[in-house]
Design a protein around this ligand. Structure first.
Ligand code: SF4
Length: 112
């Protein structure tokens, strides 16, 4: 392999390695700007009884299996779409963010 071909391969491999890092940075920046779910006006939030603070929700009476009620929150729910951040996207609220300490009646323990 000649030098210019080796240089081209190195550039391509370096570019491929940078893509996942760029995606993580882009994802974090993207969901940081999402509007927060508003329980007072969002029909889905009202249907699912979403609250920004799980301690003020109906989780104790909901009887959801997987964890004690006081340990259930958006951060450990199957439907949360990011691993960190106070406000994160949820697959049940497209285009909006929920609080990591929130809770709704669809809470399901995250697998793994
Ligand atoms: S589905 Fe899960 S992550 Fe989404 S609002 Fe409800 S409890 Fe939070």
């Amino acid at each position: 392999m000649n030098q210019s071909r080796r240089d081209a391969v190195k550039l391509m491999l370096g570019g491929l390695a940078a893509v996942p890092v760029m995606n993580l940075v882009g994802m974090a920046a993207a969901y940081a700007d999402l509007p927060h779910v508003d329980p007072a006006t969002d029909p889905m939030a009202q249907t699912l009884k979403y609250h920004h603070d799980g301690a003020e929700s109906d989780r104790a009476t909901a009887g959801k299996p997987g964890l004690p009620a006081d340990e259930q929150h958006c951060a450990n729910c199957q439907f949360i779409l990011a691993d960190s951040g106070e406000w994160r996207p949820c697959s049940l609220f497209p285009g909006k963010a929920v609080n990591e300490n929130g809770w709704c009646t669809s809470w399901t323990l995250k697998a793994g």
